[in-house]
Design a protein around this ligand. Structure first.
Ligand code: C2E
Ligand code: MG
Ligand code: MG
Length: 571
């Protein structure tokens, strides 16, 4: 509202409170060109006007000595009222002691009677209104409206000042709710908000009477700065139980990472990023609620920082090598080489071979994966072109498209440019998108996938069954190929439920006319069972591990030779 008046050019409203009519008229005349002015004859009259439902005052000019209710009582009443507290008060008096007293009680300024300098009075009114409006803007960014905890900006601005008054060791904590987005999806946003409010209340209760403070940064991310404890596990568990009793979702699992700050720690961002690293370590580990940052995480952080620092050199120096793993069509008499998946490897000059499992999730977290993926797409496209030229046939290669790429507005353009540079069509390069990307932001993903498909790209859903999607999701999501998660294949022969599930997934996919790729096939028995179930494509160590391009080429040559022998057999 104040903002609106400030920018919208509406006149602000001022209440003049004085029992002497002549004073009211004098003051009114001085400021009425600039403000809308209302008058009250005593303190009671003033409070009635201030409390009227449509009252929006920007300032109160208040006489102190009045009948019925004096000015001091008005200041007191305003101060006690959450809404009125925000309206600044200028007292009008000639007595020095009254000035001091009223300022102590919360008045913003005073004007000395008699009123002999109208310009000065007007200037003071303007200044006080301006100051109070700026402050209310600050207030509105101080608290998170949902939980009443501080906002991130305020929290970090407040910490150094707080620290200066502390002499005990402190802990930085990051609290997160495991799979909060699922909770939102399952129980609705309102219930999600309720859970967040309960967590906020629980943190407030925990900090009550201490010098600790807390904020909510976004979503389900809470930061707490409090006096050091050696162990939080039991306390956290109790609060988690309480939370589960208070909300519909009875399966809430909290995750709390703690960093015990050193006495000279002043880089609070770093303290909390360490607490966050600890918090991330127990993601999905339901047996633990809290964990402390320790040397192991430190080492891992240093390693991650190193990889991040080395990335550009790795791209420039071509340290990334793309390997190709074949996919075989298995329903015919003999398995036929159908396509390949491009899988990245990092051959680091000093660290040696680094597996994608060590750097892909890291680069996904900070968005750098986009650079890596683009590199792989370029390499793969150039390779497809070379094979096409050499062998006169297209070996389609699937490239992995990270969930981060999905949010890149230029994704399609980038892919098209790479294809064009190598004179390829979208049909030559398939795109693998992991299933969990679908549950992150289904609507957006579906939109992107639809657009890519309209342009001719084939979309393979990777790791199906590893996330939270249900089988019936398959009927609504646009895909061209389904890749079953390796876990199913691994346990297929030992676990009957898994075997049934694999069969069921293949049936549903076949009903939807979507071919299935089984990944991670290592043994003959797995292959036979999958063939029996109607699975069309297989990728795995049984046929071949991922290979450098030169070695993969041997498989192409072998395939061509097999084909020509078959043709000769026919002759
Ligand atoms: P993914 O896309 O599901 O790739 C399949 C993984 O399974 C590969 O691991 C492959 O080497 C491995 N694999 C294949 N056959 C077998 C088998 O028979 N047994 C076993 N145990 N494993 C098998 P890799 O190469 O370590 O890649 C791991 C993950 O890293 C990939 O999983 C993919 O999600 C990601 N990744 C790899 N390259 C890229 C890339 O260029 N971009 C992106 N965004 N992610 C990539
Ligand atoms: Mg893949
Ligand atoms: Mg996969």
């Amino acid at each position: 509202m104040e903002q609106l008046m400030k920018s919208g050019g509406m006149k602000r409203r001022v209440l003049i409170v004085d029992d002497e009519m002549i004073n009211r008229e004098l003051l009114g005349a001085m400021i009425s060109a600039t403000y809308d002015v209302d008058f009250a004859e005593n303190g009671k009259d003033a409070l009635d006007k201030l409390r009227a439902p449509d009252a929006h005052y920007s300032l109160i000019l208040l006489d102190l000595l009045m009948p019925v209710l004096d000015g001091f009582e008005v200041i007191k009443a305003c101060h006690a009222d959450e809404f009125l507290r925000r309206i600044p008060i200028i007292v009008m008096t000639s007595e020095k002691s009254a000035k001091v007293k009223s300022i102590r009680m919360g008045a913003a300024d005073f004007i000395t009677k008699p009123y002999d300098m109208p310009e000065v009075i007007l200037a003071r009114c303007e200044r006080i209104i301006e100051l109070s409006e700026d402050k209310s803007i600050i207030d509105s960014t101080e608290r998170d409206p949902l939980t009443g905890l501080y906002t991130r900006g305020y929290f970090f601005a407040y910490l150094p000042g707080l620290q200066a008054h502390l002499d005990s060791p402190m802990d930085a904590m990051v609290l997160n709710i495991d799979r909060f987005h699922m909770l939102n999806e399952l129980f609705g946003r309102e219930e999600g908000d309720k859970v967040l409010r309960c967590v906020g209340d629980s943190i407030k209760a925990f900090l009550e009477g201490t010098r600790g403070i807390a904020c909510r940064t976004e979503g389900d991310n809470f930061l707490i700065y409090c006096e050091h404890h050696d162990d939080y596990e039991q306390e956290a568990r109790d609060r988690q139980d309480e939370l589960n009793r208070m909300t519909q979702a009875h399966n809430i699992h909290l995750r709390i990472g703690v960093y015990a700050c050193e006495s000279d720690d002043v880089d609070f961002e770093r303290c909390f990023s360490r607490a966050k690293a600890a918090c991330d370590r127990i993601r999905g580990q339901f047996e633990l609620v809290t964990t402390f940052y320790d040397h192991e995480i430190y080492e891992k952080n240093v390693f991650c920082e190193r990889l991040i620092g080395d990335l550009q050199d790795a791209i420039d120096g071509r340290q990334f090598v793309v390997y190709y793993q074949p996919k075989y069509r298995i329903q015919g008499e003999r398995p036929v080489l159908a396509s390949a998946e491009a899988l990245i490897r990092w051959i680091h000059p000093t660290l040696g071979f680094i597996s994608p499992g060590d750097f892909i999730p890291l680069f996904e977290k900070n968005g750098l994966i986009r650079k890596v993926d683009r590199y792989v797409w370029r390499e793969a496209a150039a390779q497809i072109r070379r094979w096409k030229d050499t062998y006169g046939r297209s070996i389609p290669v699937s490239v992995n498209v990270s969930r981060v790429d999905i949010f890149d507005p230029d994704l399609e353009e980038k892919l098209q440019t790479i294809l064009k540079d190598n004179a390829l069509n979208p049909g030559d390069m398939y795109l693998e998108i992991t299933e969990s990307a679908y549950s992150d932001n289904a609507d957006h993903l579906i939109e992107v996938v639809n657009r890519l498909r309209e342009s001719g790209f084939r979309i393979e859903m990777d790791d199906f069954g590893s996330g939270y999607s249900s089988l019936n999701m398959l009927t609504t999501i646009p895909i061209d190929v389904l890749k079953l998660d390796m876990e199913f294949i691994r346990n297929m022969l030992t676990d009957e439920t898994n075997e049934k599930l694999v069969g069921l997934m293949i049936d549903i996919a076949s009903y939807l006319d979507v071919p299935v790729v089984a990944e991670g096939v290592e043994e003959r028995e797995q292959l036979d069972a999958l063939k029996q179930m109607g699975c069309e494509l297989v990728q795995g160590y049984y046929f071949s591990p991922p290979l450098p391009a030169g070695r993969f080429e041997e498989l192409i040559i072998k395939e061509i030779k097999n084909e020509s022998e078959e043709t000769h057999d026919y002759d």
